[in-house]
Write a new protein. Structure first.
Length: 476
């Protein structure tokens, strides 16, 4: 089983990052995967004007939806109840798990099959089920692989992106009875599929996430490629959908632009294999579908972000993962180093609301503020600005009036003093010039970050040597 969320991802972040950058295989896997995903996204947006127009539209829809969030949530609830769906509200992860557990117990459930749901990872649902003696089995292939390995997902769209096919072959041979080692990808998928097919028919409950919830029709939209989401939501007698409260949009016509931005930004696909639209449990005249359908709407810190004008933008996120794929830090340290369910730039700006600013301050510092994340974000979330704000919140004075949980917990006297001095120097041009001159003379005394940087850019070193040799040859 994957490890539960760490309560203080900040502690040990530097050590985990160092270990990740020292792992040549991990770096190679991530570099290759990120290059591939970047190229696929690029190929889906050949027309820059169309891309910008679509981003404008997607951003406007998300902002409009958030501006009307309380009303839309009520409308969604009313519509779903009218459709025969049971709606639950959970303020915390514990409450959400207790609701899911209550449903499972009422049905004497032993097995739950799960479609891909980062929210269920966020609340630690698998652990809550396991503690109650209920098996929660991941059915998305990537999620299934990391669950089998006892790991957490390392990417929000591709959970097992850090694993090579050789590692997956060895994992299947070790964990699945009667399975011989193979590194043939098609064969590995066939093996996983065979195990999972059987489980769908045995499961008492199917659990899924939600990509968009449409208020005017009471429709839950589920985007997926493997068909496992459709099986989870139709074969078991009970379907539980879990989602954060921010996923609501007003109209069905708001979904296509967001769907297009999501699939093209995430995996470079014009469309996914499946787009499931679920509005009700099975009706009397229908042959399939669950007899009971539940939706659990989860806050877990989102209302804290919502209450702040600047931080509300984090709730625009459609979980495409493009910011991770283009982040130079994430590409080098991978997802596990962050120690949070949501890694990378998006993780750094949403995790503080779930776990507290003090527990996650290191994540906001894991950025060069290069702006690549904001440049590719399909809904224009100003991620670097939010990272700077979170750094300030981590250092805030206790009497600053901040409403963020954990603000000021990472306050350091040394950092505060350094900024007081720096501000004083900045205010006086002549002093600034003198200090700059002195610092430029004393650079030999400074630690060499350049060495560390070039040390991880190994492909450049042979190129530089080749160039040097070439110049020597020419001189000769
Ligand atoms: S912040 Fe933007 S780029 Fe990152 S996952 Fe969310 S929508 Fe995608």
């Amino acid at each position: 089983m994957s490890q539960p969320l760490q309560l203080r991802p900040s502690s040990g972040f530097a050590e985990r990052s160092r270990a990740a950058t020292d792992d040549a295989q991990l770096r190679k896997s991530f570099r290759g995967a990120m290059d591939f995903l970047q190229a696929k996204r690029q190929s889906q947006f050949p027309d820059a004007r169309e891309l910008e127009a679509l981003r404008d539209l997607g951003t406007a829809i998300r902002r409009y939806s958030l501006a009307r969030l309380p009303d839309l949530l009520e409308q969604l609830e009313g519509k779903l109840i009218a459709n025969g769906v049971q709606v639950h509200w959970a303020e915390t992860a514990q409450e959400a798990n207790a609701i899911a557990l209550g449903i499972a117990r009422r049905h004497a459930a032993k097995l739950m099959v799960k479609g891909k749901s980062m929210v269920s990872e966020e609340i630690g649902l698998n652990h809550a089920m396991a503690a109650a003696g209920i098996e929660a089995l991941e059915s998305d292939m990537g999620e299934y692989i990391v669950q089998l390995a006892g790991e957490a997902p390392s990417h929000i769209i591709m959970p097992a992106i850090h694993k090579t096919r050789q590692e997956i072959g060895a994992l299947f041979a070790a964990k699945l009875p009667g399975v011989a080692y193979t590194e043939n990808v098609d064969e590995l998928i066939r093996i996983g599929r065979k195990v999972l097919r059987q489980k769908f028919s045995e499961a008492d409950i199917g659990l899924s996430g939600v990509n968009f919830a449409v208020a005017e029709t009471g429709t839950l939209c589920l985007v997926e490629n493997e068909g496992n989401g459709r099986l989870c939501t139709t074969v078991p007698r009970v379907h539980i959908a879990v989602t954060g409260i921010e996923k609501v949009v007003e109209k069905l016509e708001h979904v296509p632009p967001l769907y297009s931005l999501l699939t093209r930004s995430a995996t470079g696909q014009a469309v996914t294999t499946y787009l499931n639209l679920i509005s009700a449990p099975r009706q009397a005249h229908e042959k399939d579908g669950p007899e009971e359908l539940h939706l659990i709407l989860i806050d877990n810190g989102r209302s804290q972000a919502y209450a702040d004008e600047q931080l509300r933008a984090t709730l625009q996120c459609i979980r495409c993962g493009a910011c991770m794929n283009h982040c130079p830090v994430y590409a080098r340290i991978g997802g596990h180093a962050y120690g949070t369910t949501y890694p990378g730039p998006i993780g750094a700006i949403v995790s503080p609301h779930m776990l507290g600013v003090g527990a996650t301050y290191a994540l906001a510092t894991a950025s060069t503020l290069c702006g690549a994340c904001a440049e590719v974000c399909p809904v224009r979330i100003p991620i670097p600005d939010i990272l700077v704000r979170l750094r300030e919140e981590a250092q805030a004075r206790t009497d600053s009036g901040s409403t963020l949980r954990g603000a000021g917990e990472a306050r350091s006297r040394l950092v505060s003093a350094a900024f007081v001095v720096w501000a004083a120097v900045y205010r006086h041009p002549r002093v600034y010039r003198i200090v700059s001159w002195l610092m430029s003379r004393g650079h030999a005394l400074m630690p060499s970050y350049q060495g560390a940087w070039t040390g991880i850019r190994t492909p450049l070193i042979p190129a530089r040597r080749r160039l040097r040799d070439l110049i020597k040859d020419k001189r000769a």
